[in-house]
Write a protein that binds this ligand. Sequence first.
Ligand SMILES: Nc1nc2c(c(=O)[nH]1)N[C@H]1C(S)=C(S)[C@@H](COP(=O)(O)O)O[C@H]1N2
Ligand SMILES: [Mo]
Length: 553
Amino acid sequence: MRTQDTQQKTDGDSGRRRGDRRTPGAPRHPWGWAAIVGIVGAGVFLAVAELVALIVARNGSPILALGSFVIDIVPQWAKEFAIATFGEYDKIFLLVSLGLAIVVAAAIGGVLQYVRPPFGVILLAIAGAGTTVATVTRAGATPLAALPGVLGTIAGAILLHILAGRLRRWYRTAHAAPLTKAPAGTTPGGKDATSPARLDRRGFLRVLGITSAGAIVVGVGSRIANAATSSITAIRNAVTLPTPSSTVDIPEGAELDIDGVSELFTPNADFYRVDTALTVPNVDTSTWSLTVTGMVDTPVTFTFEDILAMDLREFVITLTCVSNQVGGGLVGNARWLGIPVREILAQASPQSGADMVLSTSTDGYTASTPLSSLTDDGLDAILAVGMNGEPLPLEHGFPVRMVVPGLYGYVSATKWLTELKVTTFAQDEAYWTPRGYSAEAPIKLSSRVDTPRVGKPIQAGPVKIAGMAWAQSVGVEKVEVRIDEGEWQPATMSTPINDDTWVQWFLDWEADSGTHYITVRATDKAGLLQEEERATIAPNGSSGWQRVLIQVQ
Ligand SMILES: Nc1nc2c(c(=O)[nH]1)N[C@H]1C(S)=C(S)[C@@H](COP(=O)(O)O)O[C@H]1N2
Ligand SMILES: [Mo]
């Protein structure tokens, strides 16, 4: 057995007092470490909260909510003092004070958790709950704004518990070490890296190091990403769309007044979103440009200002995703403000031999659209800057996207558009082409039932069966409904706005109690009857008549 003395003599790295019962690897200042543990726990809380805020609730950043909350409750004299003393730096003063307060509180929490578990965790939970309340009570906060605070608190509490536990173990082993026999083959004096105390120290420091580094990277990264988006939101809010030089007439009877049927114009907030972007691309209009390249006589580049200065018109086009299942909701209709792509292409003079335009997004996504679909005089394929009277929402392609009537979104509706390359199908391939989807994909004529719904029993008596039908670029000629195995009955259609938009339809039905099947099918203006046979979404869109099972009570 080693003696205390030998150990001390041979341990060169500590310079401890003689008679000190600590052994190599023992924490000199457990309080200091405990405080650091608390600060790292709080850091994890904030980092996770920022990450969750970035993903689900942009306005749910606890640190900013806390800052705003403090601004709201600070008495007037303190505000005036801050402004008088720090002038325009008063917000920075606030944030720095808030930061210091958090650090001090977190350090106390760490020490508490070290000496009297679980009081540190309890303190953190109280702080987390307070922060969450501050976040969800802010103006404009959604219920989702509670998630960052809640998940952050859970993550912080777990980390605090683990780290304090490891610190305690390290401290205990270190004190017990003199009584522990060193494993055979180890050098005296605890220089040996495998002494229990050193192992515990290493374990503690490793977890501490990884979590603090992780918290800094995740927290700072998320906050920056969130702030960048907020600044793009500000840029978007500052965009004034020009008045369209022509608008689309909405005919009488274009919209039916029936409960449960989809609105004729899909509100932007409800519009389906489909893309490969993990986070919504943030495109700054001042640096954005659109280039027309490839097989053209004169490549041209447009700025956002250039586009806004063009002869922008209003178009109503219904967009559809190839991934829409029979009866599904990946369809939406909007009033777009834009300019026909053919007018943009004309400025670059496409060369003969080209048959495709490869559109590229700022995030590298590409779509291949037949050149003819973009240049055809009878088809208004557009570059859109506005959607239902607003600049494009960030998720829907701000500042500029394509919208092509009659083609599925993946081969035409490139969002965050930045390049149009005039080329050939033989030479270039779009994002989805090598991934099992057709290079060319016209939207399949389709219809769906919106009401009544599966799983929502209805009362016997008069019922309005209603839904939507679309056959973009061709137009819907008729919609028919069949109850059970009865005759096909013609449904009444809303007056179509144009051939590029969907229509609503309804059928009056005297429902008798029991179980019934409602089947719907449409016919387009070219005389084509909707395909009865079911097809999967790959490679070029689903098909089949929707048949819904209804319970009548
Ligand atoms: N940049 C980019 N644009 C894109 C996509 C994408 O993944 N990235 N997806 C496309 C697909 S598959 C569809 S259906 C439409 C959907 O447009 P929305 O999200 O505005 O409804 O966008 C198209 N444009
Ligand atoms: Mo899609």
